[in-house]
Write a protein that binds this ligand. Structure first.
Ligand SMILES: [Zn+2]
Length: 278
């Protein structure tokens, strides 16, 4: 979204709120987020109550956007900076909020992006990622293994629950699956339908002093996704391997939206309901 359009939607609290509402309710048709019932009672301060299950809610209840203490205008400013991949310190400075608020907003945004991917809702459920919305610390989880599948100018990055770092090591040692590393990121030669498997080495490989392939793998010579992603992944650091999953899903989203405006797509993801929220 160009800045002149952006300035128009953010010019007042009301315009920013109205802009985000478009992504929440189709044709302004509100329904209960718990039971989908459409018969609602209006309460004060813009809240509504469901006539069936009695749930009281406001326009952003149970949506990703409701999990950080940012106003609609602050969210829209944040989304613009997120779209432009501004450094988190710089975001905090530009928005005049704490670094922790920015970290939280980044986690929420990445989770919303994940939720919108094909296998996202299932991943959120299986790995209990909703806890990331409530706690600042990530759940302790073994390093996830993902498969990279480029297809017709797009890319699909799938979480593969049956694979772990241990199985990757088994493939490397017993089936000679060629493996390279980039810092702490490990990636492999093609496996089944995937051009490569990829994971964050939480020490499992490095402690065993595994030797890596020197020659390029098919992923290295891939002309579309990998030149885009590898330059970003080279700078990626984490203490929690789960972050790689979130970051790869973000790269999948950015790459697949590179020919269109990502701003409304990000707004739409953030305004969607959180799956598995109970
Ligand atoms: Zn209801």
């Amino acid at each position: 979204m160009r800045l002149n359009t952006y300035e128009h939607i953010i010019k007042s609290r009301k315009s920013a709120h109205k802009f985000l509402l478009k992504f929440c309710w189709k044709n302004h048709q509100r329904f209960c987020p718990r039971c989908s019932n459409r018969k609602l009672y209006s309460l004060g301060s813009g809240r509504r109550r469901c006539s069936r299950c009695k749930y009281t809610f406001h326009d952003f209840s149970l949506r990703f956007i409701n999990f950080a203490r940012l106003s609609p205008r602050q969210w829209l400013r944040f989304i613009k900076l997120f779209e432009l991949e501004v450094d988190p310190d710089m975001m905090a400075d530009q928005l005049g909020v704490s670094y922790n608020t920015i970290r939280k907003a980044l986690t929420i945004s990445r989770l919303s992006v994940l939720a919108g991917s094909l296998d996202g809702p299932q991943i959120i459920k299986n790995l209990k990622l909703v806890s990331l919305l409530r706690n600042s610390s990530a759940p302790d989880f073994p390093s996830p293994v993902l498969g990279i599948l480029p297809s017709r100018g797009k890319v699909f990055i799938d979480y593969i629950p049956d694979l772990t770092l241990e199985t990757l090591l088994h493939f490397r040692l017993n089936f000679f699956l060629r493996t390279r590393c980039m810092g702490r990121i490990i990636y492999t030669a093609p496996y089944k339908k995937y051009l490569s498997l990829i994971a964050w080495d939480d020490g499992f490989f490095s402690h065993r002093k595994i030797s890596y392939e020197r020659d390029k793998l098919p992923l290295d010579t891939h002309k579309e996704f990998w030149p885009y992603a590898s330059s970003k992944l080279k700078k990626f650091r984490t203490v929690n391997p789960l972050r790689l999953l979130l970051y790869l899903k973000e790269l999948e989203f950015r790459f697949n939206h590179s020919n269109e405006d990502p701003f409304p797509a990000l707004c739409s993801r953030l305004c969607s309901f959180v799956p598995d929220l109970e």
